[in-house]
Every structure is written in C-alpha cells, then in structure tokens.
Ligand binder design. Structure first.
Ligand SMILES: [Zn+2]
Length: 422
C-alpha cells in the first residue's frame, strides 16, 4: 500500500483512499452574485413588513434559488448507495454492535492473512513498480489516504463490514493479502477523520466544538456508513456548543439544522426547523442533497400547502359573506368592507389566485402578515358627520382584524415521532 497521509491506527490494515476530497457540500447549484445572495434570515423581519401583499413583497426578497444542488456529487465508490435512510428514532437492535459470532469472524480476519501472498501479484508492491509516470499519479496526489483498523470499522459500521466481509473485491483482497484499500469519494477530509477517530475510540483527539456545517457533514457520513451509535456519544456536546441558532427564515442553514435535528433526534429543534421551513419557504423544499427522508419533505410541503389553502379560502369566504350581507351590520358596513377587501385583493393578485397548490413565490408567514396589515376603512354612521376617530363606525365587522381574528404566521412544526409511522 502507498503511504498514508493520515494515520489513525499505525497497525491498521485498511487504507481509505478519499478521492475528490472536500467536494462542495450541500451547495446551491444556481449561481448568484454573492453580494446579492444573503441568507434571508433575521433581516427579513424588515423586508417582509406587510405593507404589500405577498406577491410584490416576496419579489423583493433574496430568492431561494430555483435550481437545487445535489451534492456531494457522488457517493463513495465501492459502496452501495441504496442504504435505507435511518428511521426516527432507530431502535438499538437495528444497529446493534456485532455479537460474539461476528467478533469471532472478525478475529479470524484480523489475525493476519491466511496465506502469504504468492507469486508476483503480491510482490508487486507500489514501491517496486517502475518509476514511469502513470496517468493516475497526478490524480492520486490529491487523494487523502487514511490508515485505519479493519476491526474497528467492522465493529462500528455495517457498511464497512459489508465492504470488508461481504464478498466484494475489497473483502477478497483483504482476506488474501491482509490489507486493502477502500475507495471513498467527495467527503470532507476533516469530517471523515472525525468520524473515523470516533470509530477508533480516540475521543481525546476529537474536537468538542464543531460548526453547523461540519456537524452536518459528520452526520451525513455517519448516516452513510451506518454508525450512528458511535457518533451519538458526542452529539449532545457538539449541539450544545453550536454557535449557529436555528434560523427564523428559510435558508441553507435552516436545512442544515433540519438535517442535524432529524439525524440526532432532537425533537424540539426538529419541530422548530420544520415550522420555519413550512412558514417561510416560498416553493418546494430544497434538501441540498442531504439525506433527509422524502416523507419529511412531503410532510413539510403538504402542511404548508394546506395552511395556505385554508387561509386563501378564509379570505375568499369572508369576502363572499360581506357580498351576501352575512357579515356586516348593515348595507353600508358590508359594502364598504367588501369594497376595501376586494380592492386590496385585486391590487395584489389574490383575486386571481385560486386555493390550489402548489403556491410558488408565496410564503405563508408573509401572507398572514399581509392579512394582518389589511387597511381597514374608516367611516361614520349614515346621517352623522365624520369628525374624527371617536365618530368612526365600529361594530364586530368594521375592521379586518376583527373579521380575520388572530392569525399565527408560524405553522406548527412536525413531530418527529409521528413521522416514524408514515
Ligand atoms: Zn358595522
């Protein structure tokens, strides 16, 4: 084997060859000038002030790119990519460490090669090969090579176990030669080292504080290699040390949080993140290529669409009742309120918008704020001269706040336990 660039176990029989290291992670594919693409987070409080209806107001906000990124570009080579997404919360039995029988098998594997390599195949080590330039050499310069222990990998990860014991070419090589190279692709080097050190019980060398970005990367790796139990031990430490709060607007960081909260089973954080995604996304949910189960994304979009539908129907229903005199204390009252509502709906294209999902370019939170800011007309009783606020007509229908009641601009988030049964 060629020399390792990182040694986690100097006696390790396995070299993980990481190609295309540090590929873009959870990237957004649509290119936008950086200066014009801030995450629509806290400042959006100002930007979404409901002076206007959603269509106009939304257009002024930083847009969430239409095209979504699906990174990392490739799953690691040599591993099946159809591993099922972990359920919430998975039972310990599902990922139980290997039992005694497995340990025996591992011991057999790690005692050393059953047979010494025979003939020229094994003799032809890298060091003895001709020094002629190879096409692959240049590419390999960018490779990260990590020396690790087969036994630790097999014990902690069902995916590594399949690679090393599942009859694949890597396992055959390992059995025949006592060492093997495993190829991986596109992972972040630091995240991979963190995960591998955890699998090797080297907690002393693992940082106690990670960025949200790095934590999401580690979670993706742990999900892919199916070693949640090992990584879980440090999850609460990392999460408590995070600097990044859960965003209050739909953004890339929000999706990273949603992923982290799902993977590490954080019900409160998951509920908050999904609530924000439902309330402040204005189109489909961009998973950024993170392995968030489809049922979560569907649930978010379905609830968002349902709440928007309900609110649009409520607006239309109130307008219909004003038109038919079912609301309003009299002809003037219903006519004035009907006219004011119709005018503002027309100005902001809501008259032509049917309650039919999907609702592109429409944020539920902004729609609510817009309804709450509908301008109510002021008028005096027939036959009385309007001379100020004290003479203004008042009844239970005379303001839009009274007609629509209390509206919450945040949709209740998802209960992760409930998603288990979907
Ligand atoms: Zn009235």
């Amino acid at each position: 084997m060629d020399r390792a660039t990182h040694v986690i176990d100097p006696d390790g029989e396995v070299i993980i060859v990481l190609q295309n290291a540090n590929a873009p992670f959870a990237a957004i594919s649509e290119e936008k000038p950086a200066a014009e693409d801030p995450a629509p987070e806290w400042p959006a409080e100002v930007a979404v002030q409901p002076a206007e209806w959603p269509a106009e107001a939304a257009a002024e906000e930083p847009e969430w790119p239409v095209e979504v990124a699906v990174e990392p570009a490739e799953w690691p080579v040599g591993v099946e990519a159809d591993e099922p997404a972990p359920e919430w919360p998975s039972t310990a039995a599902e990922h139980a460490p290997a039992g005694p029988a497995t340990e025996e098998a591992i011991d057999r594997l790690t005692e050393g090669p059953a047979d010494e390599p025979v003939g020229g195949v094994a003799e032809e080590s890298a060091a003895e090969r001709p020094a002629e330039p190879r096409v692959a050499e240049q590419l390999e310069e960018n490779c990260v090579r990590i020396q690790v222990s087969a036994k630790h990998l097999i014990l902690a990860s069902s995916v590594f176990k399949k690679i090393l014991k599942g009859g694949w070419k890597e396992s055959v090589t390992y059995l025949q030669e006592g060492s093997v190279e495993i190829t991986a692709d596109s992972w972040d080097t630091e995240a991979l080292l963190i995960m591998l050190r955890i699998l090797h019980c080297q907690s002393y060398s693992i940082p106690r504080k990670l960025s949200l970005e790095m934590l999401a990367k580690v979670a993706v790796l742990a999900d892919y290699y199916d070693c949640r139990e090992a990584v879980d031990l440090l999850a609460s430490t990392w999460i408590n040390a995070l600097d990044e709060a859960i965003p209050t607007r739909y953004s890339r960081d929000l999706m990273l949080w949603l992923w982290v909260a799902w993977y590490f089973r954080l019900p409160a954080e998951f509920k908050k993140a999904t609530a924000t995604a439902m309330s402040w996304s204005h189109d489909w949910i961009d998973t950024l290529g993170l392995p968030i189960p489809d049922k979560i994304i569907r649930s978010i979009e379905d609830r968002r669409n349902g709440k928007i539908t309900d609110l649009i129907l409520q607006i239309q229903n109130i307008r219909d009742q004003l038109q038919s005199d079912n609301k309003g204390c009299g002809f003037e009252c219903s006519s004035i309120m009907y006219g004011a509502l119709t005018k503002q709906m027309h100005q902001n294209t809501l008259l032509s918008r049917g309650p039919i999902a999907p609702f592109p370019r429409l944020r539920y939170g902004l729609l609510v704020q817009s309804v709450q800011s509908l301008k109510s007309p002021a008028w005096c009783e027939p036959g009385r001269r309007y001379s100020g606020f004290s003479q203004r007509h008042t009844c239970s229908y005379s303001t839009f706040k009274l007609l629509f009641g209390d509206l919450n601009d945040t949709i209740e988030g998802l209960d992760p336990d409930g998603l288990m049964h979907l």
